[in-house]
Design a protein around this ligand. Structure first.
Ligand code: HEM
Length: 147
């Protein structure tokens, strides 16, 4: 009797503990991903009505964080979820948009430094600032509405 009870007890899956650790890492990465999104869009909305004198540092850190945490999230989700649980087309679109956001911010920062060093207004970077913020918002819309 005891022997049959023991033999019918399900053994823990050898993959259960690494998978749950990966799930926790995935949840942590998603938290960092949402904080990265806030770091881009928060300072953007806060400064959107300015005509010059933008501070782009936090937005740039957020853009770097989005690319790194996004790629890491893809890796974790591929390891833990069934194929097809998330869309590779969607994350590829997000990656391209996120790289453009980062590039716009890096170019804006470089131009801003030159203009300020020459004693001129940094107003010419306005389109770069607006495009970076708007494209980050586009990525939120893609994240939520594209399946
Ligand atoms: C400006 C850049 C980005 C923004 C604003 C953004 C926004 C978001 C938001 C709001 C979520 C949560 C919604 C959800 O869980 O469905 C999310 C999740 C996620 N993002 Fe991003 N993201 C950005 C860049 C990226 C990049 C570059 C990648 C990958 C290369 C990426 C991959 C993911 C993945 C894998 C998830 C997990 C949820 C899922 O889509 O299945 N993201 N992102």
């Amino acid at each position: 009797m005891v022997t049959s009870e023991l033999s019918s007890t399900p053994l823990p899956s050898p993959r259960s503990s690494p998978i749950s650790a990966l799930d926790a890492i995935g949840a942590g990465l998603l938290v960092l991903h949402i904080l990265g999104l806030a770091a881009i869009i928060g300072p953007f909305l806060f400064q959107v009505s300015r005509k010059s004198g933008w501070n782009l540092t936090v937005m740039t850190i957020g853009a770097v964080a989005q690319v790194i945490t996004g790629i890491a999230l893809v890796g974790v989700l591929q390891a833990t979820k069934d194929p097809g649980t998330f869309s590779m087309v969607k994350v590829t679109v997000k990656l391209v948009v996120a790289i453009v956001v980062l590039a716009l911010l890096l170019v804006a920062r470089a131009r801003q430094s030159k203009l300020v060093a020459a004693g001129q207004s940094d107003r010419p970077i306005l389109p770069l600032f607006h495009s970076a913020g708007a494209l980050a918002i586009v990525n939120v819309i893609v994240a939520i509405f594209v399946s």
